[in-house]
Design a protein around this ligand. Structure first.
Ligand code: AMP
Length: 248
C-alpha cells in the first residue's frame, strides 16, 4: 500500500499571531513556522501503519513557498520515504490545494491520502473533503482510529455526541483528529537521514492547475483584548457591580 500525506507549513502553534497593521492578513515576518499539528498526526499514523507492515511507501507533499521543504524534511525525519514540494508564491486556498493534491494523486496513485482535519492558520477544515469529492473517493473525516484491512479501511470518527465507525473502500481520503495518536519526537540521527531522502520539486504550473484565489480576505483584525478582572468583597457587591454593568 502507498500513502500520500499532505503537510502544511503554518505559524507554530506556540506563537501569538499578530494581524498586519493594514489588516491585510497575519504577520508572518520573522515568525517561527512548523508543520501543522494535525499533519504531524497524519504523518505519525502513516508511519505506524508502515511499521505494522501494511505500507510500502509514504510520500509527504507540501504546497507553497520553497521553505515548505523544511516541513517535508520533518515528515521525512518522522519516517516518510519521499517528498514532493509543489512550489507557488500564491497564497493557496483550500480549493486550489485540493485541485493540486488531486493532480499529485493522479500521478502517484496512492491507496490512501491522509490530511489534517484542519490547518491551524486558516482553520478552514475543507481541503480533505474537497479532495475526496474531486477524486470521487470515500472519505473518513475527523479520524480518531484507523484500521486497514484487505482493500478497505475502517475509520472511527469523532462526531457530535460520540464516535462513528465507517468502512471505506480503498482508495480513500482520511483526515486526522487530535486523539488519533501522539506524534513522535524527531531524533537527531533521523533528521540527518532525512536530508538524504529524495525530495522532488515541482511547480503549480507543472500540474496545469488554476490556483488563483476564489475568496477575498476583506479584513484581518485581532480580537479585543480582555479587560482586567476585579476582586469584590462580597456577593452583594458582585450583584451591585453586575447590575451597574447591565449584566443582570
Ligand atoms: P484546511 O482545509 O486549510 O483547514 O487544511 C486541511 C488539511 O489540508 C491540512 O491539515 C493539510 O493536511 C492539508 N493542506 C492544506 N493546505 C496545504 C498545503 N499548502 N500544503 C500541504 N497540505 C495542505
Amino acid at each position: 500500500m502507498k500513502i500520500l500525506v499532505a503537510v502544511k507549513r503554518v505559524v507554530d502553534y506556540n506563537v501569538k499571531v499578530r494581524a498586519k497593521a493594514d489588516g491585510s492578513g497575519v504577520d508572518t515576518a520573522n515568525v517561527k513556522m512548523s508543520m501543522n499539528p494535525f499533519d504531524e498526526i497524519a504523518v505519525e499514523e502513516a508511519v505506524r501503519l508502515q511499521e505494522a507492515g501494511a505500507v510500502k511507501e509514504i510520500v509527504a507533499v507540501s504546497l507553497g513557498v520553497p521553505a515548505c521543504q523544511d516541513t517535508i524534511r520533518t515528515a521525512l525525519a518522522m519516517g516518510a520515504d519521499r517528498g514532493i514540494l509543489v512550489e507557488t508564491d500564491v497564497e493557496l486556498q483550500p480549493l486550489a490545494v485540493a485541485k493540486l493534491l488531486k493532480a499529485v494523486v493522479e500521478k502517484e496513485q496512492p491507496n490512501l491520502v491522509i490530511l489534517g482535519k484542519q490547518a491551524i492558520d486558516d482553520d478552514a477544515n475543507q481541503t480533505g473533503q474537497m479532495l475526496a469529492a474531486l477524486l470521487g473517493w470515500p472519505q473518513g473525516a475527523f479520524a480518531s482510529k484507523v484500521a486497514v484491512g484487505e482493500g478497505t479501511v475502517n475509520v472511527t470518527r469523532e462526531i457530535d455526541g460520540g464516535l462513528e465507525t465507517v468502512a471505506l473502500k480503498l482508495p480513500a481520503v482520511i483526515t486526522t483528529d487530535l486523539r488519533l495518536n501522539e506524534p513522535r519526537f524527531v531524533k537527531l540521527p533521523n533528521i540527518m537521514k532525512a536530508k538524504k531522502k529524495p525530495l522532488d520539486e515541482k511547480t503549480a504550473a507543472d500540474y496545469g492547475v488554476d490556483v488563483s484565489p476564489r475568496l477575498e480576505i476583506v479584513k484581518t483584525e485581532e480580537p479585543e483584548s480582555r479587560k482586567a478582572g476585579e476582586i469584590v468583597g462580597s456577593v452583594d457587591e458582585l450583584v451591585a457591580k453586575l447590575k451597574e454593568a447591565g449584566a443582570v
